[in-house]
Design a protein around this ligand. Structure first.
Ligand code: ADP
Ligand code: ZN
Ligand code: ZN
Length: 804
């Protein structure tokens, strides 16, 4: 008897372990760890992952596995181990960790089909009966015969048939008409068979025999290459010398764009200096973590490309992570231009089907480089030679939902598993990473100058309080307006950055001071001009714009502040001749619109690009010579200890957009607090000075990198219940931890209520607490049942990035 330990798909405490099942006779030798199966669980049948295969069980009675879902493991052994570690580290269920590593398209029970890849008559007889004239069959209709699965497995291995998941997707899988040579003709002389007069047919067959004896090839490629008609092909297909085959075309979102090969430039001396230790680490399989700090435009991306080149020479694979918003066509082009079809691109704008296609290219070992956002860190490569995280300081590398992992943490784990280096790159590394580099945990590499000695842009700080005193109430200071005008005159471009969409576009009564708030979340509602609605950004609640004040019935109620739309309107009034492109969540919500707008700007169809966060990164257009920040303070005042760091990073990023080519760049930063150190050091591009000063603050107030943090949030509709539970948890934590560890709270969360649930939190500050995760896991288990039945919500966030 053979048994399997199965992790079942029920995210609950008592199921957070493997259950034993018997492997039915016909599935022995076929079932492997990492495959998904259907198993009976109580009265139901549910999905699970095979964890381990054993020869015995301690149980008296075990039920058999009902069904095998995958023909091959969807999780490698590495991923299973990683999942276990991830579950432990982030205090989540093992099944949640495992599910997060596979594409969503196949997470649910997918419809599975068997497809013919050769003529039915060349299949083993047992399988011919299965197909019986059809080119594909539903997996669920397979006959319940002995040995059927092992015949299928063998045929799959020989590429005679394939197993495919039917991904529900609007974009249907495209196929290309192709041919494949009948293997019987592999070694013949075609002139002998076809006769000397069939010159064209002979030419085709000889060419196919020479170039594609075993693989399919698109018909169009044959007819184009040999300059023959489709009719010749049809004749050969009729003679069964060639088989017609539908070759799958991947739903490649970049397929309509050709990527020109991008030649590698000669490296500068500082680039050579930085690349050398990375290449050595790749060569010697060292799992070093490098922190590459390079000013904007210093050629970091070129370092990544060269390091990957080395990895590919070695026959290994590489993962490149970039923040979602920098994953622009420009960025993709640099990788595709250098490595062509070896690159898979994974990002959230892809449909589920497209994502699955890209994932499958990796799984099938058809690509060696994966470029993608956070979750690409799970790309199922098995010969990893390098992992790169660009803009490593970005908050989006932390997943804010279960499992709450940080991509950097995963990358370093995989680096040590594969014995390969990790590069963390940034112009403004997170203080945590910088501190580790200073202590020698990471190896610090630095690029201090821009490529080709292009100067850093000059930064002008404008005190907006003075503007107001001068009587200027607009969002544009005199200086910024003057500089914008001069760009228009010189036919150069400018980017204008506004911190957040709908930044303080709140509604206020000028008569009594009433402000419109969400009835569920206690945060201000944001006014959306196009729909004339007030919306809550946390829970989605919306209501029509108010015409009279609900408190005093005055009609002097209106929206305040500055959103991108409002700035655009003002800009068009001030500079009617300027062509403006606005980029924010509203104008880029349609698929592909983000790219289209950027492309239009790149082609010079506009003078000014006005936008939110999404334009702060990655833009690399030579004609941009001015970058403006309309209100640098908005981020400084968020309830978050990283507010200064985020402000400095953002200002540096924005500055980095100007003057990247031959034209000199300039920056204008408007602010109400010009003396703040984040702003002063951004003016002089001085990361070192900023980090030193910020480290002082962190040390005094006991924040990372001096202390680690963990945040426990408790929420429930009943405020008394929340307070009581929070108190209990806090005192349990205090009694469990060592005395050096501090437990703060419970206090009301910065957002006191979301979706009608009151929220309290406890903050844990620790330096060395070996039992931390096991203690937190105890809490998760203790309240497991109440969370499932009583709408109690407890979230545990290790190294939190957000404090809302
Ligand atoms: P970063 O990623 O540090 O912002 P990039 O790699 O984007 O910098 O480089 C900035 C610009 O300089 C790009 O346009 C890039 O093509 C160019 N570049 C990089 N390295 C070299 C080099 N060695 N010689 C010439 N141009 C280079
Ligand atoms: Zn009022
Ligand atoms: Zn709300």
């Amino acid at each position: 008897m053979m048994y399997a330990k199965v992790i079942v798909d029920v995210a609950a405490g008592q199921t957070n372990k493997a259950f034993d099942y018997r492997i039915p006779e016909e599935l022995i030798d076929l079932i492997l760890p990492g495959m998904r199966v259907i198993v009976p669980f109580g009265p139901r049948k549910i999905q699970g992952f095979i964890w381990e295969i054993t020869e015995n069980t301690e149980l008296d009675r075990v039920k058999p596995i009902s069904e095998m879902l995958d023909p091959y493991p969807v999780l490698t052994n590495e991923m299973l181990q990683l999942g276990q570690w991830l579950a432990e580290e982030t205090v989540c269920f093992l099944i949640t960790a495992l599910q997060s590593m596979i594409p969503s398209a196949i997470r649910a029970k997918p419809k599975k089909v068997l497809k013919l890849r050769i003529k039915e008559q060349y299949l083993p007889v047992s399988l011919q009966a299965v197909f019986a004239g059809k080119s594909s069959v539903d997996w669920n209709t397979l006959p319940n015969e002995k040995g059927i699965f092992s015949s299928i497995k063998q045929a799959v291995e020989k590429d005679e048939i394939e197993v495919d998941y039917l991904v529900k997707d609007k974009t249907k899988k495209k196929t290309i008409q192709s041919i494949r040579m009948n293997p019987q003709y592999r070694d013949v002389r075609f002139a002998d068979i076809l006769g000397n007069r069939a010159k064209k047919q002979i030419a085709v067959m000889e060419w196919v025999q020479m170039n594609y004896p075993d693989e399919p090839i698109p018909i169009k490629e044959v007819t184009d290459t040999l300059q023959i008609s489709k009719y010749t092909m049809q004749q050969l297909i009729a003679k069964e010398m060639l088989f017609l085959e539908e070759l799958e075309e991947y739903r490649d979102p970049y397929s309509d764009r050709s990527f020109e090969p991008d030649p590698s430039p000669e490296l500068t001396d500082q680039q050579k200096h930085v690349l050398a230790p990375v290449r050595t680490a790749v060569d010697h399989n060292q799992d070093t973590t490098f922190l590459l700090r390079g000013v904007t435009g210093s050629g970091k991306t070129e370092i990544y490309l060269r390091a990957i080149e080395k990895v590919l020479e070695k026959g290994e694979e590489a993962i490149v992570l970039v923040p979602e918003i920098s994953l622009t066509p420009q960025m993709v082009k640099r990788f595709k231009g250098r490595f062509g079809s070896k690159v898979a691109v994974l990002h959230s704008a892809l449909s589920a089907g497209e994502k699955y296609d890209e994932w499958r290219k990796i799984h099938r070992k058809e690509v060696q480089v994966a470029v993608g956002a956070r979750s690409a860190v799970f790309a199922p490569f098995e010969k990893l030679g390098l992992i790169i995280i660009d803009e490593e300081h970005e908050g989006s590398y932390k997943q804010e939902d279960h499992p709450r992992y940080h991509a950097r943490h995963i990358a370093i784990w995989r680096g040590s598993y594969h014995k390969c280096p990790v590069i963390l790159g940034s112009a403004t590394p997170s203080l945590e990473s910088y501190a580790r580099a200073k202590r020698g945990v990471y190896e610090l590499l630095e690029l201090k100058e821009r490529v080709n000695n292009i100067a850093m842009p000059e930064v002008n700080i404008v005190d907006m309080r003075k503007e107001l005193r001068k009587g200027n109430r607009s969002a544009f200071s005199e200086l910024l307006l003057q500089k914008l005008k001069s760009r228009l005159d010189r036919n150069e471009q400018a980017v204008l950055f506004l911190n957040r969409r709908g930044y303080s576009t709140f509604v206020m009564c000028r008569n009594c001071g009433y402000t419109a708030e969400c009835p569920h979340c206690e945060i201000t509602l944001t006014y959306h001009h196009t729909q004339r609605k007030l919306k809550c950004h946390y829970c989605g609640y919306e209501e029509p714009m108010l015409t009279t004040c609900p408190a005093c019935e005055s009609e002097h109620i209106r929206f305040f502040g500055t959103g991108t739309q409002k700035v655009e309107e003002e800009l068009t009034k001030l500079l009617p001749e300027a062509r403006v492109i606005r980029m924010d969540v509203d104008t880029t919500s349609k698929k592909g619109s983000h790219e289209r707008l950027l492309q239009a700007f790149g082609n010079g169809e506009a003078d000014i690009l006005l936008g939110t966060q999404m334009i702060a990164k990655g833009l690399d257009f030579p004609k941009i010579t001015l970058a403006g920040v309309l209100a640098a303070d908005t981020m400084l005042h968020l309830p978050d200890f990283r507010a200064s760091e985020r402000t400095f990073q953002l200002l540096t990023q924005v500055s980095g957009r100007a003057g990247r080519d031959k034209l000199t760049g300039e920056v204008v930063i408007q602010t109400y607090t010009p003396d703040h150190y984040s702003i002063e050091h951004a003016k002089t591009h001085d990361y070192e000075a900023f980090s030193l000063e910020e480290m002082g603050h962190r040390k005094r107030s006991g924040y990372p990198p001096y202390y680690y943090l963990a945040l426990v949030t408790i929420a429930h509709e009943d405020v008394v219940k929340v307070m009581q539970t929070a108190e209990k948890i806090a005192s349990f934590l205090r009694s469990s931890f060592s005395p050096q560890t501090k437990v703060l709270g419970p206090t009301v969360s910065p957002i006191a209520r979301i979706k009608d649930r009151y929220r309290y939190q406890c903050m844990i500050k620790y330096r060395n607490e070996p039992d931390l995760t096991s203690i937190l896991n105890k809490i998760a288990n203790r309240y497991q049942k109440e969370m499932a039945t009583d709408k109690l919500f407890i979230s545990i966030d290790m190294n939190p990035q957000m404090f809302m």
